[in-house]
Write a protein that binds this ligand. Structure first.
Ligand SMILES: *Cc1c(COP(=O)(O)O)cnc(C)c1O
Length: 390
C-alpha cells in the first residue's frame, strides 16, 4: 500500500475525495421557478411571460435600455458583429489570447481577425496595442473579460470612438462584474452574455445582447428575426430558470469574490507560484474562472503536471486557452507585432473552475492545501514525470 499522504497522482489520497462540485449547484429557487413555469403551461409556449421579463430584467440589472436574449453567447457575438455591419473583407481587432469561437465567428462573416498582444500582467486585451492595429478596413474591436480579469474598457472605448470603430464587449465570463463602477457589458456598443452550461448564469444554453443605442438594438433584433419569430431564441423554460439566478447574482459574485480573497491570502507567502490576472480587490469582479499566471520555474513543475496533479487531488484546475496565433495558418489572421505576452499566456495560464468558489471556507482551504501538498512533493513528480509520459 502506498503512503496516503502522498499526492493522489502518486498513489496517495486526494485532498478533496468528493471531487469538484458539479455545476449548476442545486438551487431551490430555480426548481420553484421551473415548477411554476410547468404548471402555467409556459413549458410549451412560443411566447410567454418569461423571455420578455428576463430581457427587461437584464436591461435593468445592467442599467441599459435594451437587451435581447438568444440561443447562445456565440450567436450573440455574431449578431453584435452584424449589428455593427461587419462584412466580408472587413477587419476585426481582438486579443491574440481570446475565446476561440469569437475568432471563428469573425471568419464566418468573411472578415479578418487582427490579433494584438495582451497586457503582460493581466493577459487581457491591451488598449495600448490598438492604434497600431487599426486600418481603414477596421470595423470593430472584440474585447472579452477573461478568467476573472477585466479589460480596461474606458481606454478601449476612447480609442475606438476616436477612429469610429465599434466595440463588442464580451462579458460571458464576467456577468455582474464592475469596470470602474459601470457594469461589464455596458461599455461597448454591444455587450454579450452566455448562459451556457458551465457559466455563472446558466440555462444549459443561451445568450444575450445589451445595447444603449436603439439603432444597434434594432439591427440586431432584425437579424435575429425571420418574420415574426426569432430563429434561434431562448425558450420560456430557459428564461424561467435564469430569472432567479439573475436576482441572486450580486450576492453569489460577492461570495465568490470573498472566497477568492481568502484563497489569495492563503497563497500570499508564495506569490510567485500563481499570480491572479487582476490587480484590484476581488470585490466587484466576477469569477467564471479564476485565472493565474503559473510560474513553472518557481513552482518546480511543468504547468501540465501541476494541472494533472491538482485534478488528481479533486481540484478543478485546467490549462488556459490556446492563443489564436499558435499553430494556426498565418493566412487566417494578421498579427500586430510579435505577441510575446499572448504566447506566455498560451504556455503558462492555469485556471480554477468556479464552482468550488461558491462553497465554504473549508472548501477553499482544500484548494490551498492541495496546492501546498503538490508543491511539497514537487521533486517526486519530476522524478516520476518521464515514466508518467511514457
Ligand atoms: C462561453 C463563452 C462564450 C459563448 O459561449 P456559448 O457557449 O456560445 O454560449 C463567448 N465568449 C466567452 C469569453 C466565453 O467564455
Amino acid at each position: 500500500m502506498s503512503d496516503p499522504s502522498l499526492p493522489a497522482l502518486l498513489g496517495g489520497s486526494p485532498v478533496r475525495p468528493e471531487w469538484p462540485p458539479a455545476w449548476p449547484l442545486p438551487d431551490p429557487d430555480v426548481q420553484a421557478a421551473l415548477t411554476v413555469a410547468i404548471a402555467s403551461g409556459a413549458w410549451g409556449q412560443y411566447h410567454g411571460e418569461h423571455v420578455c421579463a428576463l430581457e427587461a430584467e437584464l436591461a435593468a440589472f445592467h442599467g441599459v435600455p435594451h437587451a435581447i436574449t438568444c440561443a447562445s453567447g456565440t450567436l450573440a457575438v455574431e449578431a453584435a458583429l452584424r449589428a455593427l455591419r461587419v462584412n466580408a473583407g472587413d477587419e476585426v481587432v481582438m486579443a491574440a489570447y481570446e475565446y476561440e469561437s469569437n475568432f471563428l465567428t469573425v471568419h464566418a462573416l468573411g472578415a479578418k481577425p487582427i490579433l494584438i498582444d495582451v497586457h503582460p500582467d493581466t493577459w487581457q486585451l491591451d488598449p495600448s496595442q490598438l492604434e497600431a492595429a487599426f486600418t481603414p478596413q477596421t470595423k470593430a474591436v472584440i474585447c472579452s473579460h477573461l478568467h476573472g480579469g477585466l479589460v480596461p474598457m474606458r481606454e478601449v472605448v476612447t480609442l475606438a470612438r476616436k477612429h469610429n470603430i465599434g466595440v463588442i464587449e464580451d462579458a460571458a465570463q464576467a456577468p455582474g462584474a464592475m469596470v470602474e463602477g459601470k457594469a461589464a457589458g455596458t461599455w461597448g456598443d454591444v455587450g454579450t452574455l452566455s448562459f451556457g452550461g458551465s457559466k455563472l448564469l446558466t440555462a444549459g444554453r443561451g445568450g444575450a445582447l445589451l445595447f444603449s443605442d436603439p439603432q444597434l438594438h434594432q439591427r440586431a433584433k432584425l437579424w435575429l428575426h425571420r418574420g415574426l419569430q426569432q430563429w434561434a431564441p431562448l425558450s420560456e423554460l430557459q428564461a424561467a430558470a435564469l430569472r432567479p439566478q439573475l436576482r441572486k447574482l450580486p450576492d453569489m459574485n460577492a461570495k465568490r469574490a470573498e472566497n477568492v480573497r481568502e484563497l489569495l491570502t492563503q497563497l500570499q507567502s508564495n506569490p510567485q507560484w500563481l499570480q491572479p490576472l487582476f490587480r484590484s480587490d476581488p470585490n466587484g469582479l466576477a469569477f467564471y474562472k479564476l485565472g493565474f499566471q503559473f510560474n513553472p520555474t518557481a513552482f518546480g513543475l511543468t504547468r501540465e503536471l501541476f494541472v494533472k496533479a491538482m485534478r488528481a487531488e479533486g481540484i478543478a484546475f485546467d490549462v488556459g486557452f490556446k492563443a489564436l496565433h499558435v499553430g494556426r495558418s498565418p493566412s487566417r489572421f494578421r498579427a500586430v507585432g510579435e505577441l510575446p505576452n499572448a504566447t506566455a499566456a498560451h504556455e503558462r495560464c492555469v485556471m480554477l473552475h468556479h464552482p468550488v468558489l461558491s462553497l465554504s471556507r473549508a472548501d477553499i482551504q482544500q484548494v490551498a492545501d492541495a496546492i501546498a501538498k503538490v508543491y511539497r512533493y514537487r521533486d517526486m513528480f519530476a522524478e516520476r514525470a518521464p515514466s508518467d509520459r511514457s
